[in-house]
Design a protein around this ligand. Sequence first.
Ligand SMILES: C[S@@+](CC[C@H](N)C(=O)[O-])C[C@H]1O[C@@H](n2cnc3c(N)ncnc32)[C@H](O)[C@@H]1O
Length: 253
Amino acid sequence: MMHPNRISWALAMAAGLLIAVPFAALAQSSHSAEEHSGHEHGHQHDHQIAEHDTDYRHHTGEHDFSDAEEWAARFDSPERAAWQKPAAVAEMMAIEPGMTVVDLGAGTGYFLPYLSKAAGDGGKVLALDPEADMIRFISERARREKLGNVEARQIPFDDPELAAASVDRVLIVNTWHHIGERADYAKKLLAALKPGGRVYIVDFDRDSPSGPPVQERLEPELVIGELLGGGLQAEMVKEELPRQYVVVGQGSR
Ligand SMILES: C[S@@+](CC[C@H](N)C(=O)[O-])C[C@H]1O[C@@H](n2cnc3c(N)ncnc32)[C@H](O)[C@@H]1O
């Protein structure tokens, strides 16, 4: 027979569970509500990402970008141009005809028409993303929009797999915060830059009305520190993006 002390302990546990379970459910549902409140990551499928798939969750910050068509509605929405200013971003990068330009975390390819035009027929745009469906979507988009200098490549989460000293410009929009071990990643970017090459990181201000959940947003000073940690020189760029900052990194001059 159970000792009376154990019985009261068991009763206390059961009572605790009765209280804790509904609270946990409530917390879970309010988290979902935040994610669906118009943030960049509102449209996601956490339930489809297996709990045990820790590698995936680590590298993507728990966000599932595996369905390009679903994300295209958000990434390519016409309203985005007003604050994203893609033509101004491409202009800021001072891309010259013939350059090799990388769009890292290219997603549905929102920036590709602008980068492709700036690099010209003699240049090349490498659209990199870890998601196979994004690569499919980008390849179809490049064919449809006749972006002949665009090449889409699937990459691992921790490596852009770029040849040494092979690229002039790297654009990373709304993606840096998804990358793990960012100083190590920066080292790989530095190795891929040609002399005079530059990396542009564009990401959301803390007070932007859109973007990832606030706790996932990176302060520009942190991004600068991560690039410095990878051996790049880095500073903020003066720009006119209403919701975002831009950090530029380059090898030593
Ligand atoms: C918010 S989307 C941004 C897409 C695009 N840059 C844009 O501005 O429309 C983030 C993209 O980063 C990709 N991504 C996630 N983790 C990544 C990683 N470790 N390395 C490179 N890309 C990553 C995702 O697959 C997704 O396509």
